[in-house]
Write a protein that binds this ligand. Structure first.
Ligand code: PLP
Length: 435
């Protein structure tokens, strides 16, 4: 492809795609334009103007093995030889489901989807069908995808906390759907207990992003997940962990294994396909067997689990079963976090870094630990956008998330020198910003 200027492409793009992008958040608010890429490999991508970026987004966590990792090549070859099948299951599908049942504590049955949004959509349908109760309890700051049930009360503005019906994050969400969502602050055990007691007759599901990466990487306070487990069991509710992001970020068993609390059902995804679209719903057999054709809950789709994505999933699982994979992730994570804490102390711009496994949150406006969405509202969006402008000017890419406090991360392909360069650019960028 001949080099095309970003501005030209943006003009063409806007005439063909709303906003010039295929996903609304791909419009980079820090740049005032989308990023149009030409190539990626390892820890880097290049844009259409030939600029090289050391990537600290890594496809929002999907390319944990790096861009185009060599271990994916056989998956492409095999899929081609077998006929690039879609809408047909193969022995590989069963093998990957079996492997996930070995790795993920709650998994006795697995259903594959392409996106995480599809996974949470169908899992919530299953939860409502099995519990017989339509309302769901969820937490501010957690993110569960883009369908009607999940873009309610995730990240409301401060004046909409406690709104009734809960805040709808997109136009087009029916009020009646919002009325089925009961939002709470994460890590507030008393509020959780009181809400369960008040709504247990109408709410059958407690939906949790156990490591809340989507609000700056908030981990569960000791006892919180345990309490959720206890309440769900006691009141015959379904405990649902959305591990689309947290699966395989610190261990191969996800946050449920790290924190020792097993939900009834979970969703996993993101890095599962090593950059290809693959997510899954995994849970107790008794629950999962309510999906048709065993039970009466619909889950089907032409593009559920195309062969190439399943083969990529198997390649990914092979990697995360290697002890050296996790020693590398843990080693880099610990060193990166220690350096980020030092940078925060030295920075004249108040900033908080929170790390869990291969990803970390950046929250501007505080240096104190952030445990809830309410606390994260101190985050300064304009400062985040300026930070992204400063880092990309130095060749290091952080996704801007519209200025939100979200998550960033490294991959297996990041060398020690890449990590050092990232840290240097973070510090230089903060220095170049006004306190
Ligand atoms: C916890 C969580 N759930 C669901 C989703 C939605 O996944 P997808 O973007 O694949 O639809 C995401 C994506 O960021 C996520 O982080």
């Amino acid at each position: 492809m001949s080099p095309d200027s970003l501005s030209n492409l943006y003009t063409r793009g806007r005439n063909a795609l709303p906003g010039g992008v295929c996903s609304s958040t791909r419009f980079n608010q820090a740049w005032g334009k989308p990023v149009y890429a030409s190539r990626s490999k390892g820890a880097r991508f290049w844009d259409v103007e030939g600029r090289e970026f050391l990537d600290f987004s890594m496809s929002h966590g999907a390319t944990l093995l790096g861009h185009a990792p060599d271990c994916l090549k056989p998956a492409f070859d095999t899929a081609w030889q077998m006929g690039v099948m879609c809408s047909l299951d193969t022995p590989f599908h069963i093998e990957l489901a079996e492997q996930l049942c070995e790795l993920v504590p709650c998994a006795e049955r697995v259903r594959f989807t392409s996106s995480g949004s599809e996974a949470t959509l169908h899992a919530l349908r299953l939860c409502r069908a099995v519990s017989g109760r339509e309302k769901i309890i969820r937490f501010h700051g957690h993110f569960h995808g883009y369908h009607e049930f999940t873009v309610v009360a995730g990240h409301p503005p401060a004046d909409q906390l406690g709104a009734s019906p809960p805040y709808r994050e997109s136009a087009g969400i029916p009020r009646s759907v919002a009325e089925l969502v009961i939002p709470l602050e994460y890590n507030d055990i008393e509020a959780l207990e009181a809400t369960v007691l008040k709504h247990k007759h109408e709410a059958g599901t407690i939906l949790i992003e156990p490591v809340d990466y989507n609000c700056g990487c908030i981990t569960p306070r000791p006892g919180f997940l345990e309490k959720a487990r206890e309440l769900a069991t006691k009141h015959d509710m379904i405990l649902f962990f959305d591990e689309i992001q947290s699966f395989a970020k610190k261990s191969s068993g996800g946050a449920q294994r790290d924190f020792g609390v097993t939900p009834d059902i979970c969703t996993i995804g993101k890095s599962l396909g090593a950059g290809l679209p693959l997510s899954a719903i995994a849970g107790r057999a008794e629950l999962m067997d309510h999906f048709k054709p065993v039970g009466n809950v619909a889950h089907s789709g032409t593009f559920n689990a195309p062969l190439l994505c399943i083969l990529a999933g198997l390649a990914f699982v092979d990697e995360i079963k290697k002890p050296e994979f996790w020693s590398r992730i843990h080693d880099v994570s610990a060193r990166l976090d220690a350096s980020l804490q030092d940078i925060s102390k030295r920075s004249s711009v108040p900033v908080r870094f929170q790390t869990y496994g291969s990803r970390f949150g950046i929250i501007f406006g505080t240096r104190e630990p952030v445990w809830s969405y309410k606390q994260s509202l101190c985050h300064k969006k304009e400062t985040m956008l300026e930070f992204c402008r400063q880092t990309t000017a130095r060749g290091v890419y952080f996704h801007d998330y519209g200025g939100g406090s979200c998550h960033h991360g490294f991959s297996l392909a990041h060398t020690d020198a890449d990590i050092a360069r990232g840290l240097e650019v973070i510090e230089d960028s903060l220095k170049a910003m006004k306190a």
